[in-house]
Design a protein around this ligand. Structure first.
Ligand SMILES: [Zn+2]
Length: 439
């Protein structure tokens, strides 16, 4: 795409998104932030009641919610309702529509590879835009300040081998760089472009920012020293946070999804705090201090989703009365895992959502991937640095067996890079069993 056509497209988008509703939502968010915990809590319950009243208009919820009255305790009523599986939404999205006139269709490939057809109210679109805008501003960014964007935008043809690997959006003052062209051969161009842009803010996929940070570290280059790096759309590992913080800038993480039922952002202590004006989040116990994030959105009156099972896993949830290490009160959770990786299937029927622990404390691994070929054969692909030693295999094998099963044969493969998905994302665990199960 040419720079001119890209800028025209962005101009059109900016006019579409920065409307009066957007500014109203930005103000509402600023007011919400100033509320004390008690008032926020009361406000959340009233927003939940409103959502349940609106959802009554949909075929899916009509009977379920027929007995609900606006003055009832909305949380008590909510807890009597069943969880909503992704499959129910995927199969019959029209059942969730409330008949709201002005809506926009959104199609998503879904983080679990499940394509969903969603409809969003104009207010919900403005709310999402306002959420990101406010989040950036809280970290010190101001409108009109330059921003580096590295978020999987298709701005350059895949086959391009020569710079530029991005587009300069003059109107939004953003350098939108490609997440699909990053290699040792092209990264010097990315780094020069970022340095000469003078931007001290970056909005990125965690995996893309990680590739950049890892390169700077590996080549011994000068860190960017940015003011803030905003990460969203993928679960972020501690290893990614550490490297990105050191070589690009302090990391801020947003948790959300296309279904837009939940919004959390990280604090200075690295914990996730809920935006309770956005939705009502529950943590369904899975055992072993793991909880599935189940959430009810307040922001989309066109297609309300109630107790939606996100498939994402939280660790260490904390409530309204709990004070986080950062000093702020809950609710929220310490960590979120399992967004892009496949579940690892064990011969005894167990499924494991995260296996990167097996590489923890093993030095000199640039990147690693676990490929499950079948229940008894797993391949561990490692991108080593020059100091890696073959003897580390023994440590990894032991750690792997500790968490999975000694019955699994492990084969090590060494590569210079790891393949990415068509969407430019990286998977730490690829399970051929999980893929077969999903068709
Ligand atoms: Zn905190």
């Amino acid at each position: 795409m040419g720079t001119l056509s890209y800028n025209l497209k962005m101009l059109w988008r900016l006019f579409g998104k920065r409307n009066p509703e957007f500014h109203r939502q930005v103000n509402e968010l600023a007011e919400w932030r100033d509320l004390d915990t008690e008032t926020r809590h009361v406000e959340q319950i009233s927003k939940l009641a409103h959502t349940l009243m609106v959802a009554k208009k949909s075929v899916y919820y009509r009977d379920m919610l027929s007995n609900f009255k606006a003055k009832q305790n909305a949380i008590d009523f909510l807890k009597t309702l069943p969880y909503l599986e992704k499959e129910a939404l995927r199969a019959r999205p029209e059942l969730f529509l409330t008949g709201e006139k002005m809506t926009v269709a959104a199609h998503t490939s879904g983080t679990t590879g499940t394509p969903l057809q969603l409809r969003r109210s104009l207010r919900s679109i403005a709310r999402e835009e306002a959420g990101f805008f406010s989040w950036y501003c809280q970290a010190g960014w101001r409108p009109g300040w330059p921003m580096i964007v590295l978020r999987g935008d298709l701005v350059v043809p895949a086959e391009r081998e020569t710079p530029p690997f991005g587009v300069h959006d003059f109107i939004g003052r953003r350098w939108v760089l490609s997440s699909y062209h990053m290699s040792d051969a092209t990264l010097p161009w990315y780094i020069d472009t970022i340095r000469s842009s003078g931007s001290i803010f970056m909005s990125a996929y965690p995996s893309s920012a990680y590739i950049l940070a890892e390169y700077i570290w590996r080549k011994g280059l000068r860190p960017f020293g940015m003011k803030a790096v905003f990460l969203a759309s993928e679960t972020v590992s501690q290893e990614q946070i550490d490297l990105i913080s050191e070589f690009i800038g302090p990391v801020h993480v947003q948790y959300g999804m296309a279904e837009r039922v939940c919004w959390m952002t990280t604090c200075q202590a690295g914990c996730y705090h809920e935006d309770t004006s956005y939705g009502f989040t529950e943590y369904a116990p899975l055992g072993d201090d793991r909880y599935e994030i189940v959430a009810t959105s307040f922001i989309n009156d066109a297609q309300p989703l109630i107790r939606y099972q996100t498939g994402d896993i939280a660790i260490g949830p904390f409530g309204w009365k709990d004070r986080c290490e950062c000093g702020a009160m809950g609710p929220g959770c310490r960590q979120i895992i399992g967004r892009e990786d496949d579940l690892f299937h064990l011969p005894d029927g167990r499924k494991i959502g995260r296996l990167d622990h097996v590489f923890k404390a093993v030095p000199h691994i640039v990147a690693a991937q676990i490929i499950q070929h079948d229940l008894y054969h797993t391949e561990i692909v490692i991108v080593p640095d020059v100091h890696y030693e073959q003897s580390y295999e023994k440590i990894i094998r032991a750690k792997f067996a500790e968490r999975t099963s000694a019955d699994i044969a492990i084969q090590f493969t060494y590569r210079s890079f790891l393949p990415r998905t068509a969407r430019g994302k990286f998977r730490a665990v690829v399970s051929k069993i999980a893929r077969e199960n999903h068709g």
